[in-house]
Design a binder for this molecule. Sequence first.
Ligand SMILES: [Zn+2]
Length: 488
Amino acid sequence: MNWNNAEIIDEVIEEFAELAKIPRPSGHEKAVGDYLENRFRQLGAEARRDETGNLAADVAASAGCEDMPRVILQSHMDMVCVAEPGKVFDPLTDPIKLIRGEDTLTADGTSLGSDDGTGISIILYLFKHRDEFKHGPIRAIITVDEESGMTGAGALAAEWLADAPYLINCDSENIDELTIGSAGSIGMDFLREISFEEIGPEEGSAYEVKLSGFMGGHSGECIGLGRANAIRVLAFFLTELAAAAVDYRLASFRGGHARNAIPDEASAVIVAAASEGELRRIAAQVTQKLKTLYPADNRGIVTVAAAKRPTAVAGAEDTLALIELITNLHTGVYSMSTVVPGLVESSANIGQVIWPEAENGGKARVIFFPRSSIDERLAEFRMSGALLAAATGWQMEAEAPAPGWAPRANSRLAEVMNRVYQEQNSSPMKVGAIHAGLECGFHAQKAPELDIVSIGVTTRDIHSPRETLELNTIPTEVKLIAGTIEEL
Ligand SMILES: [Zn+2]
């Protein structure tokens, strides 16, 4: 194997550019699936798709290597489509416009889809150049809908995994990281019908309480960084109001953006028999306490301002039920791994609170998202959630959990790959597990014997319009995979 780095980059980017022309947000992968099935066939592979849209493509071993083990290379065909504010972009019809710099690839005002278009393009490159290295049978598996629930990996037939001892997932984001474990998760929503009642002027004045300036971040990667949850802090503020003997009525309570993001903001409208000055004094006290509670996230503030008088407020029981639920649901790190030092094993995030309109009535929804590399822990969260829901008067809806991928002690694949990387780059990889979800959890659940690792080219700011691929990590990954397959 003696491949020229610049040529590898050019050819991989050629494959990538073809993918970028085909819109492929999660749930809309038909066109890109058709393209890929055809492209793998052009390269001499036997390709097929399942009912969900997942693709498998097989090539035979090179001459004399028929006894070598089959290796699966895995990636996903959907991408997160986001655009800069003000950018006109329809993810269902518009292609991604690429901007190639000297060392990087970015998109013109949108996410790039390097996650995981680069993984696919590298697999295509290796299929195309398979005569240039020794290999046993190779299978590509490209799933659908990784980004919005991993339903492709969930529906993948176990038979597609059963006849191979090794799987290399190409969906990680740092070239020198070798991932050997990931966390599972369980979506849990709490619902409660809110009864609204009219209020008279004697109840006081209307105020908006706003929490802002918090750091937020990904609820897996950032959960161990000591950040505040704005929804939790808003409930804390209301509890402090009650403790200060301020009579208040809650008109609305909302916060957060998604279950897998730590809420960086939240707000409530209240009617209170207190002056604006008094409320501001309590807000300033709470802001001060936050600096002690969350020293790593100390720019967050609580502000109070006069607001338009609401037509109705929630019943006192509903308000109490909301505060009790939010205060008692665990949010933040729950336990640390005893196998991998420094790794969060289990955590939970109150991601979002959605509040009904007083005019139409309806249910409030509290969106909760625990993660753990240990499936039993997710079952425990589900059980304690159900008990808390019953005790505080909420109805709980839980999804089927996404399984965790527990690190295995003696992975031959990880050992070989790290050795090959060290020979090629004269430094070892960082071997570790992540506190976020990967499709590998589903693979490990279906094929417990399968030896799995996850690697990837270096891509910064994924899922954002700043998504940036570092081009020089492409040949590193191509050679790493080819070298590992030869060694296996
Ligand atoms: Zn991905």
